[in-house]
Design a protein. Structure first.
Length: 372
């Protein structure tokens, strides 16, 4: 099989496939992790962010964050997480949040607002209510490299700097791809794990991926201003997550529809929104130190022509067998999802390969630790 895309999902697919004994090649147009995976804000989701609006995604995060702590401890920092209710936030939201956390299996505990300021002294003094959840942080680039090393150890070939320029078809099915240097790769199945670029890859075979693109702008300042991942206790909105990552604090993120997956420009207006949002949680955030800005484009499940906002779109994922979806066998797309759930996404994609080839083989990626 041929895997297109060297982000977390593609590297996870290559690892899973190789561990199941498939002859596997992964191709990535740039360095590993150079797309959306290397540009996200670094949060390992407990699921709490999604419990009210997107409980299916929340349950996936509960399971997969625990799995990642077990198989990739070198990539995870167990910072913990705190959801805070501020003036202006819906005072009724905690009444929905708490039972939804418990229903999804997210461990949650209400904290004394005065006590949380002892743990997080940089936070605004306006915290009305606070809740502890098991969030953490994830080194996504290190995770991709570990998956690639594991895949290679199981026999996979990893080719970077090799864009796919065409998907090759014969007798109505996809049988491989042509790469940027003119090389042809033959495959019984091609797995399209190209993330925000998945629609473009599928279109090379005359197929469609029902996903839309959303751009998120992030801002980081020097220094860890908070110890835990701090989130606003409200429905997901722009500028409601502070992540202590490495030697910086990251504020994320916006959600704006785009049509070009390469449109990863942090525009001034969005940066301003993030800086003001940071100041609401940590007074002085915007003047804490040198500011770094960037953006990531993520694929969301749903019709690209839909007029509903990206915040309403599920953060879950979808596996598409284009033999069933478009009448073009030999191509499978995995799209949507989050860095936290990449391993589950890869498992389901390779399960679909097994079904397509009539060769069921068990997944072992949740059982074997990744190399450090």
């Amino acid at each position: 099989m041929l895997v297109v895309g060297g982000g977390a999902t593609g590297a996870g697919v290559a690892r899973d496939a190789a561990m199941r004994g498939f002859s596997t090649v992964l191709v990535e147009r740039g360095p590993l992790g150079s797309g959306t995976t290397g540009r996200f804000h670094g949060q390992l989701h407990s699921g709490a962010r999604y419990v009210v609006r997107d409980p299916a995604s929340a349950r996936e995060c509960v399971h997969e964050s625990a799995t990642l702590r077990r198989i990739a401890p070198a990539c995870v920092e167990d910072t913990g997480g705190v959801f805070v209710l501020l003036p202006g936030d819906d005072p009724g939201y905690p009444g929905r949040f708490l039972p939804a956390c418990r229903a999804a299996g997210v461990a949650v505990e209400e904290l004394d607002p005065a006590g949380i300021l002892g743990q997080e002294p940089a936070l605004t003094r306006d915290v009305a209510r606070a809740f502890a959840v098991p969030d953490g942080t994830l080194d996504s680039v290190r995770l991709v490299r570990a998956c690639a090393a594991s895949a290679t150890a199981s026999g996979a070939r990893i080719l970077t700097g090799q864009p796919v320029t065409a998907l090759r078809r014969a007798a109505g099915r996809v049988v491989g791809a042509t790469l940027g240097d003119g090389t042809s790769v033959e495959a019984e199945v091609v797995v399209n794990a190209a993330g925000a670029w998945a629609s473009r890859v599928a279109a090379m075979a005359g197929c469609r991926v029902p996903a839309r693109l959303s751009k998120g702008v992030m801002v980081a300042v020097v220094g860890r201003l908070v110890h835990a991942v701090v989130s606003r206790c409200r429905l997901p909105a722009d500028g409601d997550i502070l992540v202590p990552l490495g030697g910086s604090t990251v504020m994320g993120t916006t959600d704006a529809p785009v049509t070009d997956p390469d449109d990863a420009v942090a525009d001034d207006a969005a940066v301003g929104v993030m800086l003001r949002a940071g100041d609401e949680l940590v007074p002085g955030f915007s003047s804490a130190g040198p500011v770094r800005t960037w953006a990531a484009v993520r694929p969301l499940i749903g019709d690209p022509a839909s007029v509903s906002g990206g915040r309403q779109a599920s953060r879950s994922h979808r596996v598409i067998d284009h033999g069933e979806h478009d009448g073009v066998p030999g191509l499978i797309t995995i799209t949507g999802g989050k860095a936290t759930t990449f391993r589950l996404m890869a498992e389901e994609a390779v399960d679909a390969v097994c079904t397509a080839l009539g060769s069921p083989r068990p997944c072992r990626t949740a059982l074997e630790e990744l190399p450090a």
